[in-house]
Design a protein around this ligand. Structure first.
Ligand code: RIB
Length: 308
């Protein structure tokens, strides 16, 4: 059985500046270049899933502006079903101001725009399309109360709920954890959730235990070039990172979640799904931008074949 993938989340236009280094407070910096690229954690995960061959539907909002049209087109061109994406004419589209430096590090400031208006009417759309064989991908760039309600609906139906707690939350409700099948923070987000810094392997292990005790079933902590740690109810293991020539890490975490979800949608077990996530994340760092860095299935299969 192939599971369908539903992404309920944010859609942004990324305004990306390449700079020699990330600016310090008060610093005026000359950059090298500027581009606009479709992004948003939700839309990136949707585009990543669809390009890898997942049957993918997006639920969310764009604004009634030119950015909104561009964002919808990018989703559609990548094969994402967008019938449930609302054009909200009361507000502008979400934007993210991104600086990427010579070391491929980035800073991101997100202005929610239409994403901040996602509400109960969007939940009704979710309810009408979810089944017990769906995989629901959530992030935290829409109101967290709505995220929790979405997780509750999916949990009750028996769908698989994968929550990426990004951007790092300051107000993550304890009642949300038991609704999550797979929680996928990076080290910064995990530290924010558990309340202690994550600096070494034993911190990672301890953080996963704390998050499981809070009620999430499986914890995946994304550690960039150090790989990704997975703790399920039965096993704990580290999936090593693929070695690639990284030029831009924007959306690498989204690409990871897309790879993970598509693998699960095709019936693969968690170890293999982690490898797919790692491969998808690594490949995305070899190209610039968010949705522009997400690869299609044949490139992905070729990469996995070459780097077993
Ligand atoms: O995860 C990367 C994304 O974060 C960017 O595309 C940007 O829109 C922000 O949402």
């Amino acid at each position: 059985m192939t599971r369908s993938i539903i992404v309920f989340g944010s859609i942004n236009l990324d305004l990306v500046a390449r700079v020699p280094h990330l600016p310090k407070p008060g610093e005026t910096l000359s950059g090298y270049s500027f581009v606009t690229v479709p992004g948003g954690k939700g839309a990136n995960q949707a585009v990543g899933s669809a390009k890898l061959g997942g049957s993918t539907r997006m639920i969310g909002r764009v604004g009634g502006d030119a950015f909104g049209e561009e964002l919808l087109k990018s989703l559609q061109d990548s094969g994402v079903q967008t019938a449930l994406v609302m054009v909200d004419r009361s507000i502008s589209s979400g934007v993210a101001m991104i600086a990427v430096d010579d070391r491929s590090e980035n800073h991101i400031i997100v202005i929610p725009g239409a994403n901040g208006n996602v509400d109960e009417s969007d939940l009704e759309k979710l309810q009408s399309t979810l089944t017990n064989s769906s995989i629901l991908l959530l992030q935290l760039e829409i109101p967290i109360a709505i995220v929790e309600l979405a997780a509750a609906i999916a949990h009750q139906i028996g769908a698989i709920v994968i929550l990426d707690p990004a951007p790092a939350p300051t107000n993550f409700p304890n009642s949300l954890y038991p609704l999550i099948d797979i929680l996928t923070p990076n080290a910064i987000e995990a530290a924010q959730l558990v309340g202690f810094p994550i600096e070494n392997e034993s911190d990672v292990d301890r953080a996963a235990t704390v998050l499981q005790q809070k009620g999430a079933k499986t914890i995946v902590i994304k550690l960039g070039s150090q790989g990704a740690f997975c703790a399920t109810e039965r096993e704990r293991f580290l999936t090593p990172a693929f070695s690639v020539n990284a030029i831009d890490t924007v959306a690498a975490g989204d690409a990871f979640n897309a790879g993970l979800a598509v693998a699960l949608s095709e019936g693969l077990q968690i170890r293999e799904a982690m490898t797919w996530g790692a491969a998808s994340g690594a490949l995305s760092t070899t190209k610039s931008g968010a949705q522009t860095s997400l690869v299609d299935r044949s490139t992905f299969d070729q990469f996995l074949k070459q780097k077993p």
